[in-house]
Write a new protein. Structure first.
Length: 337
């Protein structure tokens, strides 16, 4: 009887009042288009592992509908929907935790507990049980090796680069890093960056493309983007700053009024599984949240990277102030979103 129940309910999804794990799951996310496109294919092929074996066998299938934008864009969409009948997403997967602190206080997130056997650090799981990191990302310093061959070592070095760029705080990862660097160095750090000729770009992708093409000598950019560009042969190199960066647990959560909560839970369970994390390392070049999954090829162990602390609840109350500071220093951001 027990064996039959496990077969009927699938490998990781239990039978519940939520119904079977099948049908459409709507995901609001800030992850890159190419990563989301490949993840969508994995989900809709019934969660194959890296060897092509199906990981979940129950149900008639799960389809993934993705709405993508910068973290701030998704926040604006959610705010609009809250005021007009409710959030239409089943899942929210943004860059950093501060919006989730607001959402859980508003009652917009459903409880979720990772599988007990998943080796995930407590710091990557919400203490109140409403969200969990699905990947780890960090901001690094990258430079064009033709324009700045000597390289850089730490954040203050960026102040010596005239053609520097920093992503605007509409990027959640940039917002968290701006908070951490302001706490560490004071707002004067960014005042100096802007005064020497620094530019604000609309996205990490714009920072990556600008430094690879030589528009900028050096930039702040997400680590996985720098790894991808370097591996593709672009004239860039990068460093995890000696003084520290923010290792950001990029959270995923289920909405309280999710139209399809059973399938949403199945998707998160898969993302947190060992096969799911291996796939995210492969398709996204992200650091995994599980300790039993290796980091991207050539990347240092996560615990070897000096980390700057961020109080995510505090950041949630400072988002508007950071945006105001940024606009006063840089005005309009350039590049594509």
């Amino acid at each position: 009887m027990v064996v039959s129940l496990l077969i009927a309910c699938g490998l990781v999804v239990s039978c519940s009042s939520e119904g079977p794990a099948e049908g459409e799951v709507v995901l609001y996310t800030s992850m890159p288009d190419d990563v989301v496109d490949r993840l969508e294919g994995v989900i809709e092929r019934r969660f194959p592992d890296l060897d092509g074996n199906l990981w979940i066998t129950m149900g008639s299938g799960i389809s993934l509908t993705v709405v993508r934008g910068r973290t701030a864009d998704i926040q604006e969409l959610i705010a609009s929907e809250v005021n007009n009948g409710g959030i239409r997403a089943d899942l929210i997967w943004l860059a950093e935790p501060s919006p989730y602190e607001t959402y859980k206080n508003m009652g917009l997130l459903a409880p979720y507990e990772p599988p007990l056997e998943a080796p995930i650090l407590p710091s990557h799981i919400d203490a109140d049980g409403f969200y969990v990191a699905g990947r780890i990302i960090s901001m690094v310093i990258a430079w064009n090796t033709s324009l700045w061959p000597e390289g850089l070592a730490d954040w203050p070095d960026l102040q010596n680069v005239e053609l520097n760029a920093f992503p605007a705080p509409e990027s959640g990862a940039a917002r968290a890093t701006i908070k951490a660097l302001t706490d560490k160095y004071g707002r004067e750090f960014f005042t100096t960056l802007a005064s020497v000729g620094g530019v604000s770009v609309r996205s990490n992708g714009a920072a990556r493309d600008g430094v690879a093409e030589g528009t900028f000598e050096a930039v702040a950019v997400l680590d996985y983007m720098a790894r991808d560009a370097k591996a593709a042969g672009s004239a860039i190199d990068f460093v995890y700053p000696a003084g520290g960066t923010v290792s950001i647990p990029s959270p995923i959560a289920i909405t309280t009024d999710a139209p399809n909560p059973a399938a949403a839970r199945a998707v998160i369970d898969f993302i947190l599984s060992q096969p799911g994390q291996k796939i995210l390392v492969e398709i996204g070049n992200f650091y995994p949240v599980r300790s039993d999954v290796a980091p991207p090829v050539g990347a240092p162990p996560l615990d070897a990277i000096t980390a700057l602390d961020v109080d995510w609840k505090e950041l949630a109350g400072e988002i508007d102030a950071i945006s105001t500071l940024w606009e006063s220093l840089y005005g309009t951001s350039v590049g594509s979103g």
